[in-house]
Design a protein around this ligand. Structure first.
Ligand code: S3P
Length: 440
């Protein structure tokens, strides 16, 4: 059912919250646990729509799950069946809105000796799949989507095939594509190598290591040797999602008098581009040493954020991949930063859950922001003033959360229509926000 969020200006954010568990790592943990023989306990698992799509797909292929709600976070128990233990699903597997589930699972399913079909909701059905189909075909996979012009889209049909290892130079900057190839590589005899132009998030590599795969990372090159069983570490801990924490980091930076602590924020070096950019904008962000766990496979720490006067920045195309999911909230920060912020070469934002260049420019302009879009660049003049308006989610969870933060700073009331998509990554977002503000 269509949900509407109404937001008004608040005086400050104060208190402590815990970042919700990381979506990328939670989804990978489901997949790896299902592919390793025996039981895996996933602690602090993210119970959101995208992760439920991943679980349901593996349930339909014979994997058993049990979920427990505990004070310290959700725990997911998975009974894995080994690399070739999945069984043919009776129906097409529905990926909902989850691009990560679809692209990573496609890599796994090309290695199975049964055929499958992956279906999607209308938004995911418009997202490009040639980026994974092309390398998978090079590996010998029998996979196809719906061809429109030069692109291929969901649903994806995957037939039985015999995979061979490849060496793939990836021209697109995408962790989903890299992960898809590496996961397919688990089913190919020999060494599959992916060479990146720059390092995208490396949760798959880290989890391959954790599950004792034969993997080598050398600079921008990752190789995995296939046809070997994964070994479960028994327990996997999922730290908080920096992409979800980002909304609170920006809100607390912008609203004067704010001081918050965010517990358990994931600090994987391939995900902290956003923190570096915020610091360049002169945000007051401290990573607290007490309780920090920086030597884990996925490091995390508590973060303290205080309000500060932000300055504009220039973000180069190279940096875009390091903060791809946080760019929309950086746009909100830029509306209140002194000077002109430039974000160059953000074309990948166009193929997310919505065209995020369009959703952010349209919504922020309605609120009176001085934001321009030239080709795939964004230019934002921080004029420090937004007014409440009636906005739309465009079906995108991150657009909704960005507009909520913008609404906290705007004069008057901000209404965001079709905001139910928040459940995709952060179902408790509004509850968390209310716990550190005077909003009721
Ligand atoms: C993700 C990778 C990124 C990111 C998405 C999650 C992942 O997508 O935007 O939210 O879990 O690998 P791309 O690989 O398309 O850049």
């Amino acid at each position: 059912m269509a949900k509407q969020i109404k937001i008004k200006r608040i005086s400050k954010l104060k208190g402590q919250i815990t970042a919700p568990a990381d979506k990328s790592i939670s989804q990978r943990a489901v997949m790896f646990s299902a592919l390793a023989k025996g039981s895996t306990q996933i602690n602090n698992f993210l119970d959101c729509a995208d992760c439920r799509n991943a679980i349901n797909a593996f349930k339909a292929m014979g994997i058993k799950f049990k979920k427990n709600r505990e004070a310290s976070g959700d725990v997911l128990y998975v009974q894995g069946k080994g690399l070739l233990g999945l069984i043919a699903p009776k129906k097409p597997l529905y990926m909902g809105n989850s691009g990560t589930t679809m692209r990573l699972l496609a890599g796994i399913l090309t290695g199975m000796n049964f055929k499958t079909e992956l279906t999607a909701d209308p938004s995911l059905s418009r997202r490009p799949m040639k980026r994974i189909i092309e390398p998978l075909r090079k590996m010998g996979a029998n996979i196809s989507g719906i061809k429109i012009n030069q692109q291929e889209y969901p649903p994806l049909k995957i037939n039985k095939s015999c995979l061979k290892p490849i060496e793939y130079k990836m021209l697109i900057k995408s962790a989903q594509v890299k992960s898809c190839i590496l996961l397919a590589g688990l089913f190919a005899k020999g060494k599959t190598t992916v060479k990146e132009l720059l390092k995208t998030r490396d949760h798959t590599e880290r989890m391959l290591q954790l599950f004792k795969a034969d993997i080598k990372v050398q600079g921008l090159s990752v190789s995995v040797t296939g046809a070997q069983e994964l070994v479960s570490p028994g327990k996997v801990f999922i730290p908080g999602d920096i992409s979800s924490a980002a909304f609170f980091i920006v809100a607390a930076s912008l609203i004067s008098g704010s001081k918050i602590m965010i517990k358990q924020v994931g600090l994987n070096p391939s995900r902290i581009g956003f923190l570096e950019i915020m610091r360049r904008m002169r945000a007051d962000i401290k990573i607290l040493e007490k309780g920090a766990k920086l030597n884990l496979s996925e490091p995390y720490a508590d973060i303290q954020v205080k309000a500060s006067k932000l300055k504009a920045v220039t973000i180069s195309p190279k940096e875009v991949a390091y903060c791809i999911d946080e760019l929309p909230i950086i746009c909100v920060a830029a509306c209140f930063a002194q000077g002109i912020t430039k974000i160059a070469g953000a074309s990948e934002l166009r193929v997310k859950e919505a065209d995020r260049i369009y959703s952010m420019v349209t919504n922020l302009r309605k609120m009176g922001a001085d934001i321009k879009n030239i080709k795939d660049d964004l230019i934002i003049n921080g004029n420090n003033k937004l007014s409440g308006a009636v906005l739309d989610s465009y079906g995108d969870h991150r657009t909704v959360m960005c507009m909520v933060v913008a609404g906290l700073l705007a004069e008057g009331v901000t209404v965001i229509n079709n905001s139910e998509c928040i459940d995709k990554s952060f179902p408790s977002f509004m509850k968390t926000l209310k716990s550190i503000t005077e909003l009721t």
